[in-house]
Design a protein around this ligand. Structure first.
Ligand code: ZN
Ligand code: ZN
Length: 320
């Protein structure tokens, strides 16, 4: 069982690098970009506490608040460290989605749930167009766009692959991806194929460079800002993200300590791949904790497809 996913030929470089950065790495290895949440535990509406704006950004990133450039002016109060009504309402929605008591208070269970490593795809898709067209400015209207997730769900507008397109091709966008890595991700595709009407075919890496073949799904490992507006954040925090049909982009955070199979302090690659393929096929997040489409995953843990995931695909593609 390989503890990390690295190419053989770079093993020596990796070893040297590891020795050089080991002291730093040991101190920071359990640090998460979501660590700031620890300092916010116990706060509630009416409080003012340094770092609360980071929570607002977090909730915005995952769909529980809705800032954007257009209404930045009217939202400037949300960029500060005041625990206001809107923040309380966003936390309640989060708590409902994650089976927590919807108190709107940053209790310890809420904080520890929020700190888990997770998928970068937003939990709630807010129909931006409708909001814009309706000219919603009053923030008390915000709440009606929120809904708790009961089980599997689809992206807004239920985008999906054409019904006659049952074979999807995928390609790794770098020839430096190790065999262990590609095999783990291929196993995830195989598991989806075994439970749905889809089949998946890998296109070899050299055709990425040598031809203009475009695979349906393009997979790559990236660090930090990688040009799509959704930068990764180093170890832990956001692990990966993928697009709704039929865009087919599937990105993994190269700064994670990925493992093949469950290994303590590592993130199981196959589990995350299973989750992201669910997005690629049209599933959004599920609030069923055992479903692969549940947004977060603990380190050292492996998950499989769940009935909720399979039922979601059958429902989306009318294969019930
Ligand atoms: Zn996700
Ligand atoms: Zn990306």
């Amino acid at each position: 069982m390989a503890p990390t996913v690295f190419e053989k030929s770079s093993n020596i470089i990796f070893l040297l690098t590891t020795l050089l950065i080991l002291p730093v790495f040991c101190i920071s290895s359990k640090q998460s970009p979501f660590q700031f949440l620890e300092n916010l535990q116990g706060y509630q509406k009416g409080d003012k506490v340094a770092g609360l704006h980071e929570l607002k950004q977090y909730l915005n990133n995952f769909g529980y608040l809705n800032y954007n450039q257009e209404n930045l002016e009217s939202n400037s109060d949300q960029k500060d460290d005041h625990f206001d009504d809107i923040l309380e309402s966003a936390i309640k929605t989060y708590q409902l989605n994650y089976h927590l008591k919807p108190t709107g208070v940053l209790d310890s269970k809420t904080v520890s749930t929020m700190m888990l490593p997770r998928c970068g795809v937003s939990d709630i898709m807010i129909n931006g167009a409708t909001r814009m067209r309706a000219g919603q400015k009053k923030m008390h209207h915000h709440q009606k766009f929120m809904h708790a997730v009961s089980h599997y769900q689809f992206f807004t507008g239920s985008p999906k692959w054409p019904l006659d397109k049952t074979n999807l091709t995928y390609i790794f966008n770098t020839n430096r991806t190790s065999t262990n890595t590609t095999r783990a991700i291929s196993r995830a595709f195989d598991k989806w194929a075994a439970s749905t009407h889809f089949t998946f075919t890998q296109i070899q890496e050299n055709s990425w460079i040598s031809s203009n073949i475009t695979a349906d799904i393009r997979i790559g490992f990236y660090s930090r800002d990688h040009g799509d507006g959704y930068p990764f954040d180093g170890p832990y925090g956001v692990l990966a993200h993928a697009s709704a049909p039929t865009s087919g982009s599937f990105h993994l955070d190269s700064d994670e300590a990925w493992s093949i199979g469950p290994v303590p302090d590592h993130i199981d690659l196959e589990t995350v791949a299973l989750h992201e393929i669910g997005h690629l096929l049209g599933l959004q997040h599920s609030s069923v904790i055992d479903a692969i489409m549940y947004p977060s995953v603990s380190d050292g843990m492996a998950k499989e497809l769940h009935g909720d995931d399979v039922q979601g695909i059958k429902d989306l593609y009318n294969k019930v």
